[in-house]
Structures are given as structure tokens and as C-alpha cells.
Design a protein around this ligand. Structure first.
Ligand code: PLP
Length: 398
């Protein structure tokens, strides 16, 4: 009998974390590596949030809480949805988990059975397909194109639907492309989802990191019917630079939230009590630090997109949100360096790390091999130096 379960053997470690680990190990050996691998803001958690956490410790708020989160935090989340999205939820429709990733995991465990199909537009966040598969579901990947701003077209969605389709995942703004859906585009998707009785899993974790005055719309806000079939996955990690605090949350129909609560009660129990208190402050306290962070990201985005588009045979989509660019490097596939051929996004990422000392994440991991993902959650100085190195390394390919 095998030591490991089929489940464990089918899993690969998260590639984004793996690339960061390799870059960090090289840095540890004294090698100057510029990393574009980060999936987290490079800013500190705002002071007001940290203070609330410190007070929580001092006041002894250090014990188990209700499994699905304290009422105070659920109320703050309810307030956020009302304030930002015009959405009304009850406490029984909110679950707090140990990060947005955990929220999605619980959700997949709660709603998917063996054979259920889940439509995932590519490029996708790396963790969706494995989490769907772990729950027994079958990921159905639907391609999108750079020419259509990496957005799922209604006709492509319709073609992918089968009698087994249970849900569709929408991630707007998207990791890795930064593409975000306008209200009218979501209306078309909602109409199709409703007519086929699909659930929509809407990952809105990058909601607040948007550029050029883009107005974010939650698909759940388009009407009571689609709200009934939408589960929003969200969290404080990206907006408030709180990736290490591990607080995510879900909003959706009572029955689903209650099942997720049961799963959480038999696995992790409540998320960290101190981080829950801090998240209340994050959601309902002053929001000005968010604006400052987004302004810094906007400046870097402008620079990085322009520089990449100026590089020979590279095209780079201008992201609407999040803090990633997803440039197309496929013109370089087939070329070689010192006799070693670059065949795909992994080869190119390896080449850039080994030769240019720059860490990027291969697009293939996101279901889109012509591309590499670069995070601009790093200083302007690093961005300049990193892009210089990439440009030089590309010129050396023949
Ligand atoms: N959803 C998307 C699209 C993400 O990029 C991430 C983090 O990288 C998450 C969810 C999960 O974030 P966390 O678990 O840190 O809250």
C-alpha cells in the first residue's frame, strides 16, 4: 500500500511560493536577485491596525473564538459590503477563515462532489484547479486571449457549459493578468450563469487595487437572483498589506456558509483571534493608507508596462487592477543561450533567474504559457534594475 494518498501525490507545491523560495535561497548565498515573484504588497501593515492587535493581546483576547469569526468582525464585513458594494448580508451569510485561500478551500469542500465541473477562465490563479480537484470537482479551463483583455467571452462560456457544470469562477481584478470586468460584461456573464443555474464564485480580493478611475462592480450586486447564486471570496491580505495575518472571508447563501462553517469547525476552528480584532479596524477604520499604497502601485505600473512594451518582441497588457503585469515573451521561445534552448515559460523563468538573477513566475503555471508574471509589489529601484537585467538577458538569446 502506498504511503501517500492519491490526493497528496496529485498535488504540486504552489509554484509562486516555490519561485520565491528559490530566489530567497540564492539571496541567502549572497547573490543579488531581484524578485518579481511577490504576491503581497511591499508596504507595512498600517499603524492603526497593528495598534488594535497589540491592544487585543494586552487585553487577553487570545482564546478560541466562535468558529466562523467574532460577531464584531462579521458586522465589519457586513458594513464593508453595504458601504462598498451596496450588498446586504446577515451574519449567517458571512464566514471568516484563515485567509482568502482557506475561504476558497472550504467553499470547494462544501459545494463540489465527484464529477462536478467547474469553469475556470485561464489565465487563472494557480490555486483554483488544485483546490477544485481536491474537493473531487473537475476543473474545466476556458482560454481567454490577450486581444480580449484576458476576459471570458460569453460565447466561450456558453460552449464550456455541460449538464455537469456546477460553478464558474470569476476573479476580477485578476491574478495574474490584472484584467477586471466592467459592469456590462458581468451582466452578460450573470445572465448565462442564471439561465444554466450555475453558482458564481467571485474572488474579489483585489477589489481595492484598481487604476485609472476604474469602478469595481461585484457580480453579486447585479440583482437578487444572481446574489443568491454568488459566493464572494474576499480578504484583508492585499488591501491592507496583511498577508501574514491570515484573515479571509466569504459571503453567500446561508446553506453554503453553514456547511463551510461545519467544515471549518472540524479542521482549523476559528481564525486567529488577534488578527480578527485587527481586521475589524482594517475594514471600518480610516482607509487613507489604502489610497497611498494604490497611488504608489499606479506609478510603478505605468513605468513597468511602458518599459516592457518598449522591449524588442515583448507585448504587455496594461492591468486594470492588482499588482501584476503579465507580459508576452513567446517570441523568444525557440531561441537559445550557450546552446540551451528556451522552449516555454518555465525555461525562460529559469534562464532569467540563473543568468539575469531575476525571479519571475512562469505563465504556464497560470494556464498561459506565452507569458511570465511579474509582481510590481517591489521598489521602483528594484523594478528599474530588474527590467534592465531582463532586457539585457533577452538580447543575449539567439
Ligand atoms: N485569490 C487570489 C486571486 C489571490 O491572488 C490570493 C493570494 O495570492 C488569494 C485569493 C488568497 O489570499 P490570502 O489567502 O492571502 O487571503
Amino acid at each position: 500500500m502506498a504511503i501517500l494518498s492519491n490526493r497528496a501525490r496529485s498535488l504540486k507545491p504552489s509554484p509562486t511560493l516555490a519561485i520565491n523560495a528559490k530566489a530567497k535561497a540564492m539571496q541567502g548565498r549572497g547573490i543579488s536577485v531581484i524578485s518579481f515573484g511577490a504576491g503581497e504588497p511591499d508596504f507595512d501593515t498600517p499603524e492603526n491596525i497593528k495598534k488594535v492587535a497589540i491592544r487585543a493581546i494586552e487585553e487577553g483576547f487570545t482564546k478560541y473564538t466562535a468558529v466562523g469569526g467574532i460577531d464584531e468582525l462579521k458586522d465589519a464585513i457586513i458594513h464593508k459590503f453595504q458601504r462598498d458594494n451596496g450588498l446586504t448580508y446577515k451574519r449567517s451569510q458571512i464566514l471568516v477563515s484563515c485567509g482568502g485561500k482557506h475561504s476558497f478551500y472550504n467553499l470547494a469542500q462544501a459545494i463540489f462532489d465527484e464529477g462536478d465541473e467547474v469553469i475556470i477562465p485561464a489565465p487563472f490563479w494557480v490555486s483554483y484547479p488544485p483546490m477544485v480537484s481536491l474537493a473531487g470537482g473537475t476543473p474545466v479551463i476556458v482560454e481567454t486571449s490577450e486581444a480580449n483583455d484576458f476576459k471570458l467571452l460569453p460565447e466561450d462560456l456558453k460552449k464550456a457549459i455541460s449538464p455537469k457544470t456546477k460553478a464558474l469562477i470569476i476573479n476580477s481584478p485578476s491574478n495574474p493578468t490584472g484584467s477586471a470586468y466592467a459592469k456590462e460584461e458581468l451582466e452578460k456573464i450573470a445572465e448565462i450563469a442564471l439561465s444554466h443555474k450555475l453558482f458564481v464564485i467571485s474572488d474579489e480580493i483585489y477589489e481595492k487595487i484598481v487604476y485609472d478611475g476604474f469602478r469595481f462592480t461585484s457580480i453579486a450586486s447585479l440583482g437578487p437572483e444572481i446574489k443568491e447564486r454568488t459566493i464572494i471570496v474576499h480578504g484583508v491580505a492585499k488591501t491592507y498589506s496583511m498577508t501574514g495575518w491570515r484573515i479571509g472571508y466569504t459571503a453567500g447563501p446561508d446553506e453554503i456558509i453553514s456547511a463551510m462553517n461545519n467544515i471549518q469547525s472540524q479542521s482549523t476552528s476559528n481564525p486567529n483571534s488577534i488578527a480578527q480584532k485587527a481586521s475589524v479596524e482594517a475594514l471600518i477604520g480610516p482607509q487613507d493608507e489604502v489610497g497611498k499604497m494604490v497611488a504608489a502601485f499606479a506609478q510603478r505600473r505605468k513605468y513597468i508596462v511602458n518599459r516592457l512594451n518598449e522591449m524588442k518582441e515583448v507585448s504587455c497588457y496594461r492591468p486594470t487592477g492588482a499588482f501584476y503585469v503579465f507580459p508576452n515573451f513567446c517570441s523568444y521561445y525557440g531561441k537559445a543561450y550557450q546552446g540551451k534552448r528556451i522552449n516555454n515559460s518555465t525555461d525562460l523563468a529559469d534562464y532569467l533567474l540563473d543568468v539575469a538573477r531575476v525571479a519571475v513566475v512562469p505563465g504556464g503555471e497560470f494556464g498561459a504559457d506565452p507569458f511570465e508574471r511579474l509582481s510590481f509589489a517591489t521598489s521602483m529601484e528594484n523594478i528599474r534594475e530588474g527590467l534592465d537585467r531582463i532586457e539585457k538577458a533577452l538580447e543575449e538569446l539567439r
